[in-house]
Unconditional design. Structure first.
Length: 306
């Protein structure tokens, strides 16, 4: 038995070592483009062209040049500010709508609540790409927008209108679902006590119950940030001729394509293109690092009622 156990233990160690080696190899392959971009953002064009495996920066002066060239564009800087403003506005609006709707579905009794909630959640099964055409027509025919009359005729609505950044995405069914589940896991005692003390409906929702679901708000913020930061289709579909009003989701692609163009005046500058890719990654990584604990708690909050 001892010899057999020793042999079995040896086989397990071999399997573990093989698995570790395979994970290291696959991890290195997957992370190679990231390492190349990070080092390339600090390198010069010459360093990148002479690199055999990874570019080796010759000094920090190249990094300063790359970042200065990238941020010298007013369109690029304005796009970042526009995106940040859109993220903050969207987060405030979606929190208000989602918290309010989630509380109503969790704590308020009304006829047909269960069926209406199931109908709302079922809309999550529809792929977003399937709604592009209908959303485009709706925005183009929106009443009293872009020269349209009350019937949505005569103008262009929100097409090529920068206001499109702030009139969509107010209702997020997934966020409503998260808030509803979180509120359902909380007792009704606080609501009853607050009402006895004379607290109104909105005060109960936003000053008593909402602070108890901060992890869920962290999930909402992270999803909202990533969704808007990486949004490419809104610019492409609704603002095709308003390039100056595009958010960073498409501006980064435009910048990287511009500096990587072989026929570009002065030749391609791959280092600036790699710098743009690194800048596009940094905010998302930083936000996730700050909210990762709350993000995990928010996803599990309300999973068990009790």
């Amino acid at each position: 038995m001892t010899a057999r156990a020793t042999k079995k233990s040896g086989k397990n160690k071999i399997r573990q070592c093989a698995l570790l080696i395979a994970l290291l190899v696959l991890g290195t392959v997957n992370l190679y483009p990231l390492f190349f971009a990070l080092l390339g953002s600090f390198a010069s064009q010459k360093d990148i062209l002479e690199a055999s495996f990874l570019p080796v920066p010759s000094g920090f002066s190249a990094a300063l040049t790359n970042f200065s060239l990238l941020f010298s564009s007013r369109t690029f800087v304005f796009s970042i500010l526009l995106t940040v403003g859109k993220i903050l506005f969207s987060f405030v609006v979606t929190v208000f709508v989602s918290v309010l709707a989630g509380y109503v579905f969790a704590k308020v009794r009304f006829v047909g609540k269960r069926y209406f909630f199931l109908l709302l959640v079922s809309s999550m099964m529809i792929p977003g790409v399937a709604m592009f055409v209908s959303n485009y027509i709706w925005m183009a025919k929106f009443p009293l927008a872009g020269g349209n009359d009350i019937l949505g005729r005569g103008g262009t609505g929100f097409i090529n209108n920068p206001a499109i950044h702030f009139v969509t995405g107010w209702v997020n069914v997934y966020n409503i679902f998260l808030c509803r589940q979180a509120f359902a896991s909380l007792g009704d005692e606080m609501n009853e006590s607050a009402q006895i003390d004379g607290a109104g409906f909105f005060r109960v929702v936003f000053t008593i119950y909402m602070p108890l679901i901060l992890p869920v708000l962290a999930v909402m913020f992270l999803n909202n940030f990533i969704g808007i930061w990486n949004d490419y289709m809104t610019n492409l579909i609704f603002l095709p001729t308003k390039g100056d009003w595009h958010t960073v989701g498409s501006i980064f692609v435009t910048v990287m394509t511009h500096f990587s163009e072989i026929n570009r005046n002065g030749g391609p500058i791959y280092a600036v293109s790699l710098t743009a890719s690194v800048v596009s990654m940094i905010p998302a990584v930083v936000v996730y690092i700050f909210v990762q604990k709350q993000f995990t708690e928010g996803l599990t909050m309300g999973a068990v009622k009790g």
